[in-house]
Design a protein around this ligand. Structure first.
Ligand code: SF4
Length: 398
């Protein structure tokens, strides 16, 4: 079985070669590139030129031209749809030690919790009462959750949702075996969410050397291959700020296109997480990803992988998300304070128990602001397995 780790060295060399000679496009060149993108998928060298706009402080006109282009293409005056995912945090116990995460085993002051099945029921009830029908179960690297326990929690969530059209269960946890993914698929799981953090192997090692499970770069990199082979859908993405953003963004495009070529379906969404301080602590960022760079990455993702949409983050401000949202994006305005039991108000211990800082919003406010910009939220968007991502099959430019 071909997996991404077998093609990654070649992609890595290609991307580094491209980035070594790329230049920020002139206005005329940008016009050419955008016109070309209407006719065919842009290759990695051309996409690298677009990403370069985010790295240049002197490309404000190009940046605005890029924004006008993606809005014209994928943001109507009305009728835009955002897909909603309700994350339910199940466990904050973790053996790993990512410095950017409040669940790190090294953070002794974090208030930790593991939901029982009854407590899971309560959280499912809380999100379903708010109309959510696509639920993402979120675990840290918690040894208590072996395959049998994951099956139990997933099956319970599938049961609670019933066979309602558009509903589904997603899973975010550590990397798992092919056999486990087959069991989870049989239990009704629809897809997995995993951010690669960074595909820059040296940077990955610097951030994850102290994590006993997560430091296995290749085993984790091939996680989506195992899930796809088991019939599941996948999300992928980089955590911007761990390495150079143009490298990470270009590698994610290469990865999305690899999935489409290898499995006939690409990721259903591209993650857009950006490193932020957590719980008032400052992180020593290796690379600061400015708003300009971040927003450029989001726009170029859309041009590169139009069927995937982007997952707009509650780590970012609502204002930034409003500026960037496009038809088909995933947008979540409540995350249960990114901690187990977070949807039950009495259980919340802000910051001390959450994975990272988020901007939680009230639905009425969100609905009003979105409606004013021609957007509405779709809570029941999941179709047949792989269906929404199959369109990527045609997006195979290298
Ligand atoms: S990012 Fe995941 S693996 Fe790393 S410490 Fe947090 S929960 Fe654990």
């Amino acid at each position: 079985m071909t997996t991404f780790s077998t093609v990654c060295p070649e992609k890595n060399s290609e991307v580094r070669r491209i980035l070594g000679r790329v230049r920020c496009p002139s206005l005329r060149r940008l016009e050419e590139l955008l016109a070309q993108s209407r006719a065919e998928p842009l290759g990695l060298p051309e996409l690298a030129e677009l990403f370069e706009i985010g790295a240049s402080t002197e490309a404000s006109t190009q940046f605005e031209m890029l924004r006008s282009f993606v809005r014209e293409q994928w943001r109507g005056v009305d009728g835009n749809r955002l897909r909603y995912v309700a994350p339910i945090y199940v466990s904050s116990f973790c053996v790993d030690a990512c410095p950017y995460c409040n669940f790190s085993a090294l953070r002794k002051e974090t208030v930790r919790r593991r939901l029982t099945i009854d407590e899971l029921d309560a959280e499912i009830g809380a999100v379903m009462a708010r109309d959510a029908r696509v639920i993402e179960l979120v675990f840290a690297t918690d040894p208590e959750f072996d395959a049998a326990e994951l099956v139990r929690y997933i099956a319970r969530t599938v049961d609670a949702l019933g066979d309602q059209e558009g509903s589904g269960v997603l899973l975010c946890t550590e990397y798992l075996s092919s056999e486990t993914y087959r069991e989870l698929s049989e239990a009704g799981l629809r897809g997995i969410v995993q951010w690669d953090e960074t595909l820059d192997e040296d940077a990955y090692a610097r951030w994850h050397a102290a994590s006993p499970r997560k430091r296995e770069f290749r085993a984790r990199m091939d996680n989506q291959d195992r899930a796809l082979a088991a019939g599941l859908d996948v999300a992928t993405g980089a955590l911007f700020g761990l390495a150079e953003f143009r490298y990470d963004a270009l590698m994610q495009v290469a990865r999305a296109r690899y999935f489409a070529e290898e499995y006939g379906r690409g990721p259903f969404v591209l993650g857009t997480a950006r490193l932020k301080p957590i719980g008032g602590r400052e992180l020593r960022l290796e690379t600061c990803v400015s708003d300009r760079a971040y927003e450029t990455a989001l726009m170029v993702y859309k041009i590169a992988v139009p069927a995937a949409g982007r997952w707009l983050q509650t780590r970012e401000t609502f204002e930034l998300n409003l500026r960037n949202m496009l038809d088909g994006d995933v947008f979540t305005y409540r995350c249960g304070d990114v901690q187990p039991g977070g949807y039950g108000a009495a259980a919340v211990v802000p910051l001390r128990g959450g994975q990272f800082g988020v901007n939680e919003l009230e639905r009425d406010f969100v609905d009003r602001e979105l409606a004013a910009r021609g957007f509405r939220i779709d809570y029941e968007w999941m179709s047949g397995a792989g269906a929404w991502a199959a369109a990527l099959q045609s997006v195979s430019g290298s």
